[in-house]
Ligand binder design. Structure first.
Ligand code: SF4
Length: 468
């Protein structure tokens, strides 16, 4: 196994830190249009039900509230301690579930749901009764116990043994927790304090037995972090032994997220040092049993994400890489997104607009994108690079009726510097991403991004949760 921290040089570091999308969708959100009518979404659901209802699907539910602002956060959240407000909003989300499922079941058959992810915000901020009411609502349409994956995000600060047990009893079989960093000064600066001992005492063997997979989110590049301090965090993470690790880069964008402004006052490492933090953490995880899944994801060999990567059934989606194998994703809650083979739709991020739409029985759609045939082939190539480390040229040619070499002559030319760096190989019938290239694969994807080539959207270089 090679170690990136042993071979990295200035040229590789510059390549790694170059800005670029994380391709949780293609085209990325910047290319989507706000010029969308609700009836288009209803028609899209109806069209999908008629044509593709036999497909396996997944659902993301976005709960938008948190009790306290973490200063690094780029998620679509509202801070409140008003329990009545939360409960009222939850009722709108339950109504949206009814609206979506009744549309999907209109032709008699409900699609086969394989996975539901409950994220946010802080789903564990809901009371036990509220979590029960959400699962009961889902169970009124499908049987959540039949899901392959039913995951929930917990903030350790609002986690209790009782809530973990309840999640288990309700059928949740995957858990994700934001850890970010264990250095106290960093935690105090970003307004999110929870010790290693607290996490360790929460994750008893009984709690671990409830879940097939436990994921930790970590953040590198936070103010006051150093390479040494982050190494200490990684050592503590190894002791806690999560099945999956998502190692995200902090994106400091105070012009977009005003709460980040307070972090201007703290020292932060430069991009080069941040790249070293990532490389050192990556090598540490790989040397200690976690596989590099792609971009910022790591998983143990026993985890379903590793198995999906090896079986070539892994998918790239809005919350990262997934093992459920579904191409169609539905969304519930503000900012959540629908992905089908031919379009994307996104719910409004504004809670008031969301509530108003739902109360009128209208889907709260704010953005959409209709895929052209060019988009479809490029998305397939980008997802193949990210999820399979290769592109099967013959398969693409047959599926999209193109001559790959002439259709993508500019892109092939653009890939040559990756070939020279031994990141990409052209083998008979394949573009192959090498183990070194896997670390740079989102940059390889950029060569196939028509919008980036035409400068249709800006890159903010975010590596934070819900990045697009
Ligand atoms: S990081 Fe998580 S807990 Fe913190 S404000 Fe954002 S969504 Fe809420």
């Amino acid at each position: 196994m090679f170690k990136i921290s042993e071979i990295a040089n200035q040229e590789l570091i510059e390549k790694f830190i170059a800005p670029g999308p994380y391709y949780t969708s293609y085209p990325t959100l910047g290319a989507w249009s706000a010029n969308v009518q609700e009836h288009e979404y209803v028609e899209a659901l109806s069209k999908w039900s008629q044509r593709e209802n036999d497909k396996q699907v997944a659902l993301y539910i976005h709960f938008p509230y948190c009790p306290q602002q973490c200063y690094f956060c780029i998620c679509n959240v509202t801070i409140t301690k008003d329990r009545q407000k939360i409960n009222t909003f939850l009722q709108y989300m339950l109504t949206e579930i009814d609206m979506l499922f009744s549309q999907l079941g209109k032709n008699g058959d409900m699609p086969s749901f394989q996975a539901i992810h409950f994220g946010g915000g802080t789903p564990s901020y809901l009371t036990e009764e509220e979590i029960i009411s959400l699962v009961e609502k889902l169970n009124s349409w499908i049987d959540v116990r039949q899901l392959k994956e039913f995951s929930i995000e917990f903030d350790p600060r609002s986690a209790t043994p009782e809530k973990f047990r309840l999640a288990h009893e309700l059928g949740f079989n995957r858990l994700s927790m934001g850890i970010q960093d264990f250095k106290l000064e960093v935690q105090q600066a970003v307004n999110r304090v929870h010790s290693f001992e607290m996490i360790d005492s929460l994750l008893t063997s009984e709690v671990r037995s409830y879940f097939n997979s436990i994921n930790f989110d970590l953040l590198y590049g936070l103010p006051l972090q150093t390479r040494d301090s982050f190494h200490e965090t990684i050592e503590l993470i190894k002791k806690l032994s999560p099945d999956r690790i998502t190692l995200l880069k902090y994106a400091h964008v105070p012009n977009i997220n005003k709460h980040m402004k307070v972090l201007d006052n703290y020292p932060t490492l430069n991009d080069e040092e941040k790249a070293w933090m990532f490389f050192e953490a990556m090598d540490n995880f790989k040397s200690n049993g976690w596989n590099h899944i792609g971009i910022d994801h790591f998983a143990k060999p026993t985890d379903s994400l590793t198995k999906a990567m090896k079986n070539r059934t892994m998918k790239r989606e809005f919350i990262g890489f997934s093992s459920h194998g579904c191409d169609t994703l539905f969304g519930i809650g503000p900012s959540s997104t629908l992905k089908t083979s031919y379009a994307y739709y996104q719910n409004t991020c504004n809670l008031e607009t969301y509530a108003n739409s739902i109360s009128k029985g209208r889907f709260p759609i704010q953005k959409s994108y209709r895929m052209s045939s060019d988009d479809l082939v490029r998305r397939e190539i980008i997802e193949s690079i990210l999820c399979e480390d290769r592109v099967g040229l013959k398969k693409v040619e047959a599926k999209y009726q193109i001559d790959f070499n002439s259709y993508f002559s500019e892109e092939i030319q653009g890939l040559q510097h990756f070939v020279q760096d031994e990141m990409v190989e052209f083998t008979s019938g394949d573009i192959q991403i090498t183990p070194l290239g896997k670390i740079f694969n989102r940059h390889i994807c950029k060569e196939f991004d028509r919008f980036l080539r035409n400068k249709h959207y800006e890159i903010h270089g975010t590596g934070n949760k819900n990045h697009l």
